[in-house]
Design a protein around this ligand. Structure first.
Ligand SMILES: N[C@@H](CCC(=O)N[C@@H](CS)C(=O)NCC(=O)O)C(=O)O
Length: 209
C-alpha cells in the first residue's frame, strides 16, 4: 500500500492508524503547491482532485477521503479494535464522529487557516468552530477517548485537526487563531493521544516531533 500525505495535514490521521495497526505502507509525501510527490511524480495523475489523503492498494486501486480510508485500514485488522464491528450501533456512532469531524471541524477550520482571504467571514466562522470544540471538550469530560475507553480512528482524525489550533500545535504551517487553553478535557486528551507510541512515530515520520 501507499499513503499519499502532506505533513501535519488531515492525512496524519490515516498515518497514525497505519502505525497503530502495525501495517506497512510506503509514505509518499506530496507538495501541495506543485502537486508533485517527493520523487517528482505528478500527483494529479494519481489523484486528479489534488488533495490528500489517498491510499493506493496493492492492486493499484485508489481510495480517497480520510473517513473512508481510516475505516478501511482498521477493518483490515479488526482485532486491534480501532473501529467497532460493522453493523453495530457503535459503528454508526463512529461514523457520526467522523462525519462531524469532517464537515463541522475540518472544513470549519478553513476560513481560520486562510484568514486573510476569508476576511470578515472569520468573525462568523470562528465562534462556530469554538462552539464545536466546546462540545467536544464536554464529550471528553468522563472518558479518556472520544468513544470511551478505547482509542478509535476518530481520535486519530481529531488529533490531526487539533494540531492546527493553539496557533499551530503541530506545525506553524497549519496555524489557526483558535485556542484550547480553557478546554481542559481536550488538552488532557491531546496529551494522552500524543503520548501513544504510534502517534509519536507518525509525528517523527512527518518531521513534526
Ligand atoms: N474530503 C477530503 C478533504 C481532504 C483535504 O482537505 N485535504 C487537504 C489537507 S488537510 C489537502 O490535501 N489540501 C491540498 C489541496 O486541496 O490541494 C478528505 O476528507 O479526505
Amino acid at each position: 500500500m501507499k499513503l499519499y500525505y502532506i505533513p501535519a495535514s488531515c492525512s496524519l490521521a490515516p498515518h497514525i492508524v497505519l502505525n497503530e495497526l502495525g501495517l506497512q505502507a510506503a509514505l509518499i509525501k506530496v507538495d501541495h503547491k506543485k502537486h508533485r510527490t517527493d520523487s517528482g511524480a505528478d500527483y494529479l495523475a494519481v489523484n486528479p482532485l489534488a488533495y490528500v489523503p489517498a491510499l493506493e492498494l496493492e492492486d493499484g486501486t485508489l481510495l480517497r477521503e480520510g473517513p473512508a480510508i481510516v475505516q478501511y485500514l482498521a477493518d483490515l485488522k479488526p482485532e486491534c479494535q480501532l473501529v467497532p464491528p460493522a453493523g453495530s450501533l457503535a459503528r454508526y456512532r463512529l461514523q457520526e464522529w467522523l462525519n462531524f469531524l469532517s464537515s463541522e471541524v475540518h472544513k470549519g477550520f478553513i476560513p481560520l487557516l486562510y484568514a486573510t482571504l476569508a476576511g470578515s467571514y472569520v468573525a462568523t466562522a470562528k465562534p462556530k468552530l469554538e462552539q464545536r470544540f466546546h462540545w467536544i471538550d464536554a464529550q471528553l469530560a468522563e472518558k479518556p477517548y472520544l468513544m470511551g475507553d478505547a482509542f478509535r480512528v476518530a481520535d486519530a482524525y481529531l488529533f490531526a485537526l487539533t494540531g492546527w489550533g493553539q496557533a499551530g500545535w503541530l506545525t506553524s504551517y497549519y496555524k489557526a487563531d483558535i485556542h484550547f487553553d480553557h478546554l481542559h478535557n481536550l488538552r488532557a486528551w491531546h496529551e494522552r493521544v500524543k503520548a501513544r507510541p504510534a502517534v509519536l512515530t507518525a509525528l517523527r515520520e512527518e518531521g513534526l516531533a
